[in-house]
Ligand binder design. Structure first.
Ligand SMILES: C[S@@+](CC[C@H](N)C(=O)[O-])C[C@H]1O[C@@H](n2cnc3c(N)ncnc32)[C@H](O)[C@@H]1O
Length: 257
């Protein structure tokens, strides 16, 4: 089962995983000391494997999700192996900065970037009222594909996107400018946004975000509006409607207010 999105920093699985790595370190030192005393040959890789084993064990004890145990196990050995490649340190810094700008608060929100695609955009376009202007938003708009497409198809509608991560947001702004689109991209957290301004709220998030999303939608969405979630359901509330996207088996879930 996937845990709900953490509210405090120390509840975030990535932060807990980091703390467990720190906790594993003295245990690793003690284990390595005992193994060395017993005459076993030690290398940096052996030490890293011991560290990985302790970290994975602690992750299991702390009930982190199974994939965290695997990440915890390979983390230190991967560092040692990467070190052996003798790559320039600036490469690591560059990769870190790019991942930071793309994934930003994912360690807290547990909603990484992955795009939906044209089949979903077509289906969402069909959910807008055909005979009157409406306001729609993609909460977590990524590179802006859905928002740009809706704005292109429906010039009578106001179409917004809000995105937390700086690089995808910047890319969507640039795409809108280059395409001369009326789509509006906000950089920020959808939790700070009033959903009551929209007739359609589209979400492609993750299971961890859905309970809080439902509470917010219930508080704020106006009568006649619709919440659309691609792929992910809300445990607390059955959807009013399911729509299968045109060329995939994936489902859009709809809640009417
Ligand atoms: C799965 S991607 C979906 C991208 C896009 N909506 C699409 O359909 O292709 C989810 C996006 O939501 C963003 N996100 C996660 N939590 C957010 C928040 N609280 N406020 C704004 N954006 C958020 C992530 O940075 C990520 O880009």
């Amino acid at each position: 089962m996937i845990a709900p999105a953490p509210r405090r920093l120390f509840d975030a699985p990535a932060v807990r995983a980091l703390l467990l790595q720190c906790l594993a370190f003295p245990l690793t030192l003690a284990t390595v000391w005992l193994l060395a005393r017993a005459g076993l040959p030690m290398s940096y890789l052996t030490v890293a494997l011991v560290q990985g084993a302790w970290a994975a064990g602690l992750a299991w004890r702390a009930r982190l999700a199974p994939w965290w145990r695997a990440i915890q196990f390979v983390f230190a050995p991967a560092l040692v192996l990467a070190q052996a490649l003798h790559l320039p340190p600036v490469l690591f810094l560059g990769a870190f900065l790019i991942f930071l700008l793309i994934y930003w608060s994912t360690f807290r929100t547990q909603v990484p970037y992955y795009p939906s695609g044209r089949a979903v955009w077509d289906t969402v376009a069909g959910l807008l009222p055909p005979d009157r202007p409406a306001a729609a938003i993609d909460i977590g708009s990524g590179l802006g594909g859905l928002v740009l497409e809706l704005a292109r198809r429906r010039p009578d509608c106001r179409v917004d996107g809000i995105e937390l991560a700086p690089l995808p947001w910047l890319a969507s702004r640039l795409r809108a400018k280059l395409a001369g689109s009326r789509a509006h991209f906000i950089r920020g957290d959808y939790n700070d946004l009033d959903f009551g301004r929209y007739d359609l709220v589209f979400a492609y998030l993750s299971p961890a975000a859905m309970t809080a999303l439902w509470r917010k939608a219930e508080r704020e969405m106006k009568p006649g509006s619709v919440l659309v979630s691609y792929e992910f359901v809300i445990a607390e509330r059955e959807p009013d409607r399911r729509v299968v996207t045109t060329n995939s088996k994936k489902i859009l879930y709809l809640w009417h207010f």
